[in-house]
Design a binder for this molecule. Structure first.
Ligand code: NGO
Length: 527
């Protein structure tokens, strides 16, 4: 008997068994797609317990061919490239690629996905993202980003492996309007800060960016027919600092940046109150014909356009015309809040006239809930912030509501008594309180069908830098994104706080300065 021969054969056999075992074990980590911390929480996740690995030869294939799709494929490559160090080629194809690649496809085969939904199917060989529209692909890419190891967010090359759990995610939003607002009037923020803010919205699948462009303290957009608005009215800010404004070119750049992220910009010119910057720039807009002084404090309710002068309406028409021409989205926000210095009998016809001006420009009006005391035109939208009676009256007039209740959704409210930035006139909003509400049941009489969506505004009386923006916005923003995207029956604070806690490491990797609420287990590890 040849023992040596037997021993060799058995050793080879054992080695093969061990290799197969170890291969299948390593392929099985991570194993559970449903355990990934995705925000907003998807509608459905089916897990199949294996993994797909990004490798240096992985490419991104796109079915069909258009500049728009190429841009989406490239946006995925741009997310994956820095940390993996792989050069993902973005290629068009007519059929599903061979093993090891990412495949993006648009086909309108699944109506429940709507415009922004997507289906992500991952098996050991391929990661396939399907949607009815480019917007859906873009939203799905944010999910791919969140199911990769946290270190994908780092800007320097990291060691792999880049494994993704296998399974299928089917996902689409509850509300069609999911947004946040940035007040650039009380303090001015430059284009780069605004783009970073837009990046945050995109990451959490929000689709509206409301830009509060004018207020008592500053006018922030160049208007060619009324140039002093920007040069004089934009020359300062709360506290007396330098202020600033966007040239029309810069504003268009912001709009096109947002468009590329499938985010609609909603410009707001607040009127007839909150207009001191304009009243200081042009004497003729004042009833007494005298320009006011610039204002750098934080009081509200002291200014009003002169609603009885014809020139006021040519001014509004000129301003809104120029802005409407630069705005790709369907809405113009006319403010309308806290016009305490405008008589009610002047306010009502004023809002009615401005609605006509906006309609003539082919845009839809949004106004704060105060506008509901006038007669709202079909297609108008009221943004609820404080007055429940007004919100109900808007619903009675048949218009839709955007839910931004100050006591739940204002990003400028302090987290608690110890928060240094922010205000608390509507209360303190800890991370749990900001998350635990349902837009469709908050106000009796305002139902799901009356609601267009959810928006979280950041007013900036006390907020002076990007760092401070981040501190007030994070970690509450992902919660508002989830309220807008994930139906309330699937939401639960105790489960959400675990997912949010895992995002702490992602915030750090992205250099986001966030409030480390004691209510959230920040126990994620960089993996
Ligand atoms: C109010 C007011 C704003 C303030 C904000 C501060 C609305 C719609 N108008 O909200 O001018 O900046 O509160 O929280």
């Amino acid at each position: 008997m040849n023992y040596r021969k037997f021993n060799n054969a058995s050793t080879v056999f054992i080695l093969i068994v061990m290799m197969v075992l170890s291969m299948s074990c390593s392929e099985k980590i991570p194993t559970d797609l449903s355990k990934e911390s995705i925000i907003p929480k998807p509608i459905s996740i089916v897990t199949t317990g294996e993994s797909f690995t990004l490798k240096s030869r992985t490419n991104i294939y796109i079915q069909g061919g258009s500049d728009e799709l190429r841009q989406i494929g490239q946006s995925l490559a741009n997310i994956l490239q820095p940390a993996t160090g792989f050069d993902f080629d973005v290629k068009f194809t007519n059929k599903a690629p061979r093993s090891g690649h990412i495949y993006l496809t648009v086909s309108d085969s699944d109506s429940k996905l709507g415009d922004e939904g997507y289906e992500l199917s991952i098996n050991r060989k391929m990661l396939k993202l399907a949607a009815n529209s480019p917007a859906g692909l873009f939203r799905g890419i944010q999910t791919i980003r969140q199911i990769l190891p946290t270190k994908i967010e780092l800007s320097e090359k990291q060691e792999g492996p880049w494994k993704i759990s296998t399974g299928t995610i089917t996902d689409y939003p509850d509300y069609s309007y999911r947004g946040a607002m940035l007040d650039v009037s009380r303090h001015f923020f430059g284009v780069d800060d605004v783009k970073r803010f837009i990046d945050f919205l995109a990451l959490y699948k929000m689709n509206v960016f409301h830009l509060h462009l004018s207020d008592d303290q500053g006018w922030r957009i160049e208007i060619k027919s009324w140039p002093d608005l920007a040069t004089h009215g934009g020359s300062t800010q709360v506290g007396g600092g330098e202020g600033g404004y966007y040239t029309q070119k810069q504003y268009s750049d912001i709009v096109s940046y947002a468009d590329k992220h499938y985010i609609t910009v909603i410009p707001e010119i607040d009127m007839p109150g909150h207009t001191n910057a304009a009243l200081s720039s042009y004497a003729e807009l004042n009833c007494n014909g005298k320009a006011t002084d610039l204002y750098t404090g934080t009081r509200v309710g002291f200014s009003t356009l002169c609603t009885n002068k014809e020139i006021t309406y040519s001014f509004i028409e000129n301003v809104l015309n120029e802005i409407a021409d630069l705005t790709t989205g369907p809405y113009i926000h006319i403010g309308g809040d806290e016009s305490h210095s405008t008589k009610r009998e002047d306010y009502i016809p004023f809002i009615n006239k401005v609605q006509d001006i906006v309609a003539a420009q082919g845009k839809q009006v949004i106004g704060w809930d105060d506008i509901a005391i006038s007669s709202l035109k079909p297609g108008a939208v009221a943004q609820h912030w404080a007055n429940i009676k007004n919100a109900r009256s808007a619903v009675d007039q048949g218009v839709k509501i955007i839910m931004s209740p100050a006591k739940k959704a204002y990003l400028d409210m302090q987290y608690d008594e110890s928060t240094k930035l922010g205000l608390h006139w509507a209360g303190y909003i800890e991370v749990d309180s900001g998350y635990m509400w349902d837009p469709a049941t908050l106000i009796p009489g305002i139902e799901r069908e009356n609601i267009l969506g959810v928006e979280a505004p950041l007013w900036t009386e006390t907020v002076t830098s990007m760092d401070e923006i981040e501190y007030m916005v994070f970690p509450r923003l992902p919660g508002y994104a989830e309220i807008g995207w994930t139906s309330s029956s699937l939401r639960d604070w105790n489960e959400y706080k675990e997912r949010l806690g895992k995002h702490g490491e992602r915030f750090r990797a992205m250099g986001i300065d966030f409030y480390q609420s004691g209510l959230v287990p920040w126990n994620g590890v960089m993996q």
